[in-house]
Design a protein around this ligand. Structure first.
Ligand SMILES: C[S@@+](CC[C@H](N)C(=O)[O-])C[C@H]1O[C@@H](n2cnc3c(N)ncnc32)[C@H](O)[C@@H]1O
Length: 378
């Protein structure tokens, strides 16, 4: 169902779907105006519109829009307005006695976010040439079909970020071709993690139904599909960009058949399903996510892990196997909590595969990653 205020009328295009992260920009701007390819070649008109606080929706040749973006970037200081601190007598007195200076903050929408481009209702970008970006609505973090019959817009900056994320190829041993990762998706860089899951999978007898919970790039989905070519694999994630990435990688690895990809918050979207094997490479950094790109790694107060254990028993078949990836990055208390959850929810540790690796943030810091092979106690 379409939410209120999710569309906006833009002449001469008509009703356009506004992705959630673009809504504040549209609300904050004076007006959003469409500029066609001839306008893009005369950046001054667009510049004047942006200077008045507007947003510009542009169409035309990709190269020319890139040049326009660079032109605006060069003149970005003229597009930023600065907030003058309101006069405060008390603070003024304090400042006279201290050396602290008032900071002048830039206000309004950052210039590079004011340039928007349009995709049609199917997600085809209205650019020339139109870049090949399948599942675009999901790549920008929205659910497939959310825009209904409407075209949708996205900031040019976000488009270039997505394109540069997708331009990196990750090659891992044991796979025939490389992997990609959309913006904010955990890149499949860890050979060790993949090898630990592979070791766990190799000990299992032929399962029918496998779940890859929190599929991210889809690396474990493809691993499971490779190890068990006749099994049905279900891949779910809470982040639409992960679902898009999984589908792109499945297609590139020619492993689309026998795989279903769903949006799901833990087991919510697959509440009636049970599995012989559940794989979950869980977020392992016990901290709040400060940005979307930290969502795949961060789990504040281990809430995701706790909710996972509360629900997983209902979705694992009797004698089913759970392969859980977790790192000791957040210290012994986090590992103790994991051990308590395993015990409290009636699981036992059948095997633990371990590797010592550098952390995702720094090559100088080390952590132990483990894949726990868990089974229900009877
Ligand atoms: C550490 S990453 C693992 C990604 C991938 N499986 C891998 O091994 O590279 C954790 C994944 O869990 C997903 N996730 C986090 N919370 C979730 C939830 N409540 N429901 C479903 N997926 C979730 C994240 O979006 C992320 O893709």
């Amino acid at each position: 169902m379409m939410e209120n205020n999710s569309t906006h009328y833009i002449r001469p295009i008509g009703e356009v779907y506004l992705p959630v992260n673009s809504r504040p920009l549209v609300v904050e701007s004076n007006t959003i105006k469409f500029f066609d390819d001839s306008d893009v070649r005369q950046p001054n008109r667009i510049f004047t519109h942006l200077k008045r606080g507007g947003l510009a929706l542009v169409s035309g040749a990709q190269g020319e829009i890139q040049q326009l973006a660079e032109y605006l970037q060069k003149r970005r200081n003229e597009l930023v307005s600065y907030e003058k601190p309101a006069y405060d007598r008390k603070r003024d007195r304090r400042n006279r006695t201290s050396t602290r200076r008032e900071r002048v903050k830039p206000t309004g929408i950052e210039p590079q976010k004011r340039l928007m481009v349009l995709a049609d209702s199917e997600g085809k970008l209205q650019l020339d040439p139109s870049p090949e970006l399948p599942f675009l609505i999901e790549l920008i973090g929205e659910l497939e079909g959310i825009n209904g019959k409407f075209p949708f817009l996205l900031p040019w900056e976000q488009l270039t970020d997505i394109q540069s994320a997708l331009s990196i190829q990750y090659m891992l041993e044991g796979f025939e071709c490389s992997f990609l990762a959309g913006q904010s998706v955990l890149p499949p860089k860890s050979q060790e993690t993949t090898d630990l899951f592979r070791r766990g999978l190799k000990t299992l007898s032929y399962p029918d139904q496998i779940l890859d919970l929190g599929c991210g790039s889809g690396i474990l989905t493809i691993l499971a599909r490779t190890e068990f070519p006749t099994a049905q694999v279900t891949a779910v994630d809470i982040m639409p960009e992960a679902l898009a990435t999984t589908k792109i990688n499945l297609k590139n690895h020619r492993k689309l058949d026998l795989v279903s990809v769903y949006h799901s918050d833990l087991f919510q979207g697959i509440s009636d399903k049970t599995f012989d094997v559940i794989l979950f490479n869980a977020p392992w950094v016990v901290a709040r996510s400060r940005s979307r790109s930290e969502l795949p790694t961060n789990d504040e107060k281990q809430k995701i892990l706790t909710h996972f254990f509360e629900q997983v028993g209902n979705h694992l078949k009797p004698n089913g196997d759970l392969l859980l990836g977790y790192a000791d990055h957040s210290g012994p208390n986090a590992i103790k909590k994991l051990a308590d959850l395993i015990d409290h929810f009636g699981f036992k540790n059948h095997e633990q595969y371990k590797a010592r690796v550098s952390t995702h943030r720094s090559n100088k810091k080390w952590q132990t990653i483990s894949v726990y092979h868990l089974r229900k106690r009877f």
